[in-house]
Write a protein that binds this ligand. Structure first.
Ligand code: ATP
Ligand code: MG
Length: 414
């Protein structure tokens, strides 16, 4: 026998038994996001590597270690590790800044990151997310946070914690970075390797570190004092106060987490994460925030923006298991010609239908029907003679004799 080829590490098949959950997440996304006037956008799976280097930022883990990059015709291409950069590229390229603001977009699809696979972490995974362009007011931040909360509610998730923070603007953040570096300097040698690298390039990211030794340093009184200080300028302060006020107005519970900085370089002002208590250590289901400089950095007009992304595998792991739906009807008959015609008729009037293509005995066909369908549509010799069909409800066993064109009304679709 030939060698078996197996699925790649960190990737998974989504099998028919699980597909109903995926459809549920996708259809609910379409419904909930459309209700907030967002439209779907689909961008390519691969883009120029430079888009992510500039868009996600070359001090991030994503760009430094996690990208699937390859060369084709002397061009460096990368499988998208996230979709914000691609959506921003498309926004600019298609002149969407000329549309009336805000431009509201949502997406779903696979993302690729070369990470160490573990529970809740894959190399090909899926995100559903939104991006909104053109609103600098705090209402924009709240539009996005409340949309995330509404979506998670619509798919039935409970026990979620919303954490928010403000990163200030490039101006006030610079001072904060300097202070942070100063107070952390004596501990530089105690920090993990990654943090030592981040210390110079992107000191805010230090706060995001999951290594226990690093985390304990942020508990030291003099360090904690800097971290918990209200460092932002009056404008950024006012913006954040308004965000909190509107969240209160909507009864959205949140906590302010001063250590929340998010992994990506492009965020400013509001950042947020939504976590579940029912996941292990990879407990973030949603991450997002404001990124007012990204459109300009990627060559567009100066445009404020805010968005979020959710990990769909993590959402699915929190959903109650969905039962695979049965087909509406199963045609049972010994007359192949009549069966084929009836099956085709039912399918064309929108009733999902199957039948036995191997000509098994009538009783075997009935047995199969009760396993896979909600109704058996029976075409015996009597029925054929009378030009009618029998419909048996397989849940309560009630059977009636009807005309073919009545089937559409009798068969209930679940
Ligand atoms: P994490 O801290 O878990 O690495 P992140 O900050 O890298 O998350 P984002 O880039 O903000 O994640 O992506 C948003 C969401 O996508 C995350 O909250 C998570 O639910 C999901 N996600 C990110 N990376 C993965 C992965 N490798 N496998 C599965 N889901 C992921
Ligand atoms: Mg990550």
């Amino acid at each position: 026998m030939a060698n078996k080829i197996t699925v790649q590490k960190g990737t998974k098949d989504i099998l028919p038994a699980d597909i109903d959950s995926w459809h549920f997440l996708e259809e609910t996304a379409n419904r909930v996001f459309t209700a907030s006037a967002f439209s779907e956008i689909r961008t390519p799976i691969f883009e120029a590597t430079e888009l992510f280097a500039r868009g996600v930022g070359d001090t991030t883990d994503i760009v430094n270690k996690e990208m699937y990059t390859f060369e084709k015709s002397e061009r460096s291409l990368t499988l998208r590790p996230e979709n914000t950069a691609g959506v921003v590229r498309s926004y600019i390229e298609n002149g969407m800044h000329r549309l009336p603001a805000p431009v509201k977009l949502w997406y779903k699809g696979p993302m690729f990151r070369y990470e160490r696979p573990q529970a809740g972490r894959q190399r090909q995974f899926h995100q559903v997310g939104v991006e909104m362009f053109g609103i600098s007011q705090p209402q924009g931040d709240v539009e996005i946070i409340s949309l995330a909360v509404n979506y998670l509610k619509a798919i039935g998730l409970k026990d979620l914690d919303v954490e928010i923070n403000t990163l200030g603007c490039p101006k006030c953040r610079e001072e904060y970075k300097t202070k942070l570096k100063e107070v952390l300097k004596p501990y530089l040698n105690d920090l993990c390797e990654d943090c030592q690298r981040r210390y110079e390039k992107n000191p805010l990211r230090l706060l995001d570190c999951k290594v226990e030794d690093c985390k304990s340093i942020y508990e030291k009184p003099e360090v904690k004092e800097v971290i918990t200080s209200d460092f932002v300028c009056p404008e950024c302060h006012e913006h954040f106060e308004k965000v909190k006020e509107y969240l209160n107005l909507l009864d959205i519970k949140y906590t302010v987490n001063k250590l929340l900085v998010r992994g990506l370089d492009y965020y400013n002002r509001t950042v947020f994460e939504i976590k579940s208590n029912n996941l292990g250590s990879q407990n973030a289901v949603c991450g997002g925030g404001r990124y007012d400089s990204l459109v300009k950095n990627l060559g567009g007009e100066d445009t404020p923006a805010v968005g979020f992304a959710m990990g769909m595998e993590r959402l699915i792991s929190l959903l109650p298991e969905q039962k695979h739906k049965k087909t509406d009807a199963y045609v049972v008959s010994d007359n192949v010609n009549e069966a084929i015609k009836l099956v085709n008729y039912l399918r064309n009037v929108g009733i999902s239908t199957d039948y036995d293509m191997t000509c098994k005995k009538f009783t075997k066909q009935l047995e199969k029907a009760s396993k896979v369908a909600n109704y058996a549509v029976i075409l015996g010799e009597d029925e054929i003679k009378q030009g009618k069909v029998s419909v048996k409800n397989l849940i309560n066993s009630v059977q009636v004799l009807v005309n073919r064109d009545e089937l559409g009304n009798i068969i209930e679709r679940f």
